[in-house]
Design a protein around this ligand. Structure first.
Ligand code: GAP
Length: 466
């Protein structure tokens, strides 16, 4: 099997559109900036990743529980968390076209490949330093026009509740799922029998008014996060040990559960200047995207900052009393926070393979991620006895697995389509099947074929999926 070359972002987005993974949102109206919909294959892939995240980090662990909080929380939540005051990116505007850009992104593009800037860490620059850099180096917009001074642009989306006749109140679409966890900390504690250390996880949509263009689903206005707040007593647990354990668990989820190649993953520690003021240590797992190494998953030790902020702003006692010692503390947290859509993008990049020997594009997705685990083909669609037997196979497998049906065109074309959507097995029901109660199973990666009894198909699939 030949080695996979890194695909371009164009190859990934073209395949994603062609095969129903990701479509530009509202394309019939000309699209909506940095917004994408997930088609038949993409929604299965997205769901598989979310389910695996939930199973791995919630279901399989005795020290974790899940919640599902609202997208619109009380607006004070975002004042307490600091988002209203300082959740901002440095924005510049093209003075001619009025298009907006991230100042740090323009600086990154400007210094790329220039050895005199090899020591510059863009993440460390303050807004004033960015302003000086842009003017000293006469950096222009991508359209070659002069730029405005950078200013802090708040990323929270605002909306209102209340009818026209009633009282209107400003609320925010959540900028992260994490705050719904902190604001429910006491309720979770009081309604369960959990003792520290324990974690609360949540998967759901977050919204950010991002100033960005052109990185497909990497950075979007609306996206899904899988976030965990792992609460502990700093007098009883060593944060460095917990942190390292989380690093291992995150990496093993990516490599062992999702099947990502480890050479495309690396840890990057935030510099002191870059790290949020409340965090004692922050690391990211970066993924090797076609546009460079970029953040996939963050891990931060946020201390007791968030709970203390909510105590101060709500007046509620969000503390924990140790049932054995009676010690009363405000727990500290370690936060692993991942973007599910970035995992989807990374999964597509990781799996993309042009098989030169067979002149075909294949998504070598881990079978757990594949939208369909098997495709069922009656050899000919105008032979009722073949169709009936194939339907029997479909109905049997569909009870346990996501499977698909294709009776269109020749078998070769059906294989090529399934290869591009990553279906690990194609099952053809032919005339012999009516005699021997077996089907031809063709393997996506090797293209080898073997004959398997219909009665053994479920265990055959179970072997590769568990
Ligand atoms: N609660 C911490 C937090 O939200 P973050 O680094 O801002 O931290 C966590 O976000 C993860 O969410 C990121 O590592 C990234 O995978 C994902 N993410 C953030 N902004 C995103 C966006 N605009 N589009 C897609 N994913 C995003």
């Amino acid at each position: 099997m030949s080695e996979a070359k890194m695909p371009t972002l164009d190859e990934i987005s073209a395949l994603a559109k062609r095969r129903g993974f990701v479509f530009p949102t509202s394309e019939i109206y000309g699209g909506l900036t940095s917004s994408y919909d997930y088609g038949p294959m993409g929604s299965e892939l997205l769901k598989n990743i979310k389910d695996l995240w939930w199973k791995n980090f919630i279901t399989l662990r005795s020290d974790m529980v899940g919640i599902d909080s609202q997208i619109m929380l009380h607006p004070q939540t975002w004042v307490a968390s600091g988002h209203v005051g300082s959740f901002a990116d440095p924005m510049v505007e093209d003075l001619i076209t009025h298009k907006r850009f991230r100042a740090d992104h323009l600086i990154e593009a400007f210094i790329e490949g220039k050895s005199e800037f090899s020591q510059l860490v863009v993440e460390d620059l303050t807004i004033d330093e960015m302003a000086s850099f842009l003017s000293d180096n006469k950096v222009k917009s991508p359209d070659g026009n002069p730029l405005s001074e950078p200013k802090a642009f708040n990323l929270l989306f605002e909306t209102q509740i209340g009818s026209v006749a009633g009282e209107k109140a400003k609320v925010y679409l959540r900028g992260e799922t994490a705050q719904g966890i902190f604001s429910n900390f006491k309720q979770v504690l009081n309604s369960t029998r959990l003792q520290l250390p324990f974690g609360i996880g949540q998967v759901g949509k977050s919204f950010r008014n991002e100033i960005t263009t052109g990185q497909f689903i990497f950075r979007t206005l609306e996206f899904e996060q899988g976030e965990i707040e792992y609460f502990f007593n700093p007098n009883q647990s060593n944060w460095e040990e917990l942190f390292e354990k989380w690093q291992d668990d995150m990496m093993s989820f990516l490599t062992d559960t999702l099947g990502f190649k480890s050479e495309n993953l690396r840890w990057r520690r935030h510099t002191d200047k870059e790290r949020s003021f409340y965090s004692k240590d922050t690391y990211d797992i970066d993924f090797n995207f076609p546009f460079g190494w970029k953040e996939l998953w963050g891990l931060a030790y946020r201390t007791d900052y968030d709970l203390k902020q909510h105590i101060q702003h709500s007046g509620e006692a969000l503390d924990y009393t140790d049932p054995h010692t009676g010690e009363k503390i405000v727990p500290h947290v370690i936060e692993p926070a991942v973007g599910i859509n970035r995992l989807v993008l990374a999964a597509l990049i990781n799996a993309y393979w042009f098989d030169e020997a067979n002149n075909r594009t294949v998504l070598r997705l881990n079978p757990r991620l594949a939208p369909y685990k098997a495709a069922i083909f009656p050899l000919l669609k105008n032979k009722p006895e073949l169709v009936a037997k194939a339907k029997e196979v479909f109905d049997k497998l569909a009870k346990k697995y996501a499977v698909t049906w294709d009776d269109r065109g020749n078998i070769g074309k059906r294989y090529l389509y399934q290869d591009e959507i990553g279906t690990p097995f194609c099952l053809t029901i032919d005339f012999e099947s009516l005699e021997d109660e077996a089907v031809t199973v063709r393997n996506r990666d090797t293209t080898t074929q073997e004959r398997i009894k219909i009665a053994d198909l479920e265990s055959y699939l179970a072997n590769v999926l568990n």
